[in-house]
Design a protein around this ligand. Structure first.
Ligand code: SF4
Length: 452
């Protein structure tokens, strides 16, 4: 779909993020072997303490070598000489000249970013199964096991933050037996905010920080935490602005399928900020700016007639063809998982604050009001998000093997009908690419509802 490539090329920030995502292996090798830094495996957006401790967080799939990183590495080398902006301008120039071969390479790079990462996800899923993970586990957990089996020995530690899903916590416990070498740093989040829960969680965070100090041999000050939280807050601000001011608006800086592609890229990379928080902050701030500039100049697409379809959850696995299919059917897919789960809340950084306690409050809020301690709260989160986005419909992914989030669908459907009165549908999901035809049929029927 060269339309997508044409459009992304003008977002040099997207190109940089894609490069940093897929070229992680080289960056991480340099950090580990040349700069002697410690790599820490993280999942879900729980990388803050690892950054504050001066280690390098990594979502394990990024240690793999990706097929297209060769092309991207040419661009990376060019960018280190000419700067990304110039490389991006140059690529647009070449495309406009119509030099087919070069254009093809450029198209390949951009179109394949999400596809490439998804092929690797599926590969990891297969490794997870080969390693005997219970078939009862969801797609996300099976692929996470695969990532640790293949690359987990390269990290110095795993940062394990428990969530309400018992299968996820079981997966965290299994990491020690997959690879013995990395130390396991734990943060247990109490399931409910009762009595002294915040105090308990603050203690757990302090203990985790002690473990980080042992790992690096350096002490971590309150200021180290605050400085990282400030960077994290800037990232969250831009991310929120992109979700609310742009994805929910009636004029997009590009076509909606491209837009969803960018949102999917943000969703994947937000987990470890591509292992460099400052660089990621600069990129996402630039992305917001680039989008706003295009809108100001009238470049993009009027999407006011296209129904807003909130597609969720995606973090445990979802069919990435969904946004393309919805676009072809006249709709637009909105992705906002991390906002829904309250991971985009800012953390206070004033000098009078106790940063460990503030982080405890942040984690508690995400647990209590984001992912929710029960289905009632979780469904309220979906409702709140759909209404904040002014969604016209909801597509809910029910994951095979998920007994925690997926089984709230019946309750969610009831609440949506009662309180929002918008159409909702569920799509079952087992593995990426498995039942695209079925997804098409289901979405086709669903989108019919918006025709009258
Ligand atoms: S998708 Fe379901 S089973 Fe998988 S980690 Fe998330 S909540 Fe747990």
């Amino acid at each position: 779909m060269s339309l997508i490539a044409d459009e992304i090329i003008t977002f040099s920030s997207v190109l940089r993020m894609a490069y940093n995502l897929l070229n992680g292996r080289n960056y991480l090798k340099r950090k580990k072997f040349r700069e002697k830094e410690k790599l820490v495996a993280v999942t879900l957006p729980f990388s803050d303490l690892a950054f504050a401790a001066g280690t390098v967080p990594v979502f394990p799939i990024r240690m793999h070598k990706f097929e297209i990183s060769q092309y991207l590495s040419y661009l990376g080398s060019a960018s280190s000489i000419f700067g990304w902006k110039n490389v991006s301008n140059f690529l647009s120039f070449i495309k406009n000249l119509g030099i087919n071969e070069v254009s093809k390479i450029v198209d390949d790079i951009i179109e394949n970013v999400i596809d490439t990462i998804n092929v690797k996800y599926n590969e990891m899923y297969d490794v997870g199964i080969e390693n005997g993970i219970s078939s009862d586990f969801c797609y996300g957990l099976k692929s996470l096991v695969g990532m640790h089996v293949t690359k987990g020995r390269n990290v110095d530690a795993c940062l394990n933050v428990t969530i309400r899903c018992s299968a996820y916590n079981k997966y965290l416990e299994s990491l020690k037996s997959i690879n013995e070498k990395p130390s396991q740093i734990w943060i247990d989040i109490p399931p409910r905010n009762l009595g002294n829960s915040i105090e308990l969680l603050t203690d757990n965070i302090s203990n985790a920080l002690n473990e980080f100090e042992k790992l690096t041999g350096n002490s971590i000050t309150d200021n180290d935490l605050r400085e990282h939280f400030k960077i994290g807050n800037q990232i969250k601000r831009s991310y929120k602005n992109i979700i609310y001011d742009i994805s929910a608006s009636d004029f997009y800086p590009c076509n909606p399928a491209t837009f969803s592609e960018i949102m999917a890229l943000l969703s994947i990379t937000f987990q470890d900020y591509n292992s460099n928080a400052t660089r990621y902050r600069d990129n996402i701030v630039a992305l917001e700016k680039e989008m706003r500039e295009r809108i100001r100049n009238g470049i993009g697409m009027d999407v006011s007639k296209m129904p807003r379809i909130f597609v969720t959850p995606m973090f445990g696995g979802w069919e990435p063809k969904t946004h393309e299919i919805l676009y072809e059917l006249g709709g637009r897919a909105l992705y906002a998982d991390w906002e829904l789960l309250k991971f985009l809340e800012e953390i206070p950084t004033g000098s009078h604050t106790n940063p460990s306690e503030e982080y405890a409050r942040f984690l508690m809020r995400a647990t209590e009001t984001g992912i929710g301690c029960d289905n009632d709260k979780l469904t309220d989160s979906y409702l709140r998000m759909a209404s904040d986005l002014n969604a016209d419909g909801i597509v809910f992914f029910q994951l095979f093997g998920c007994h925690s989030i997926s089984n709230c669908y019946a309750m969610l459907r009831e609440k949506v009908r009662r309180e929002l009165e918008i159409p909702i549908t569920a799509i079952t999901f087992n593995k990426i690419g498995d039942n695209v035809e079925q997804v098409k049929t289901r979405l086709g029927a669903f989108m019919e509802m918006f025709k009258y």
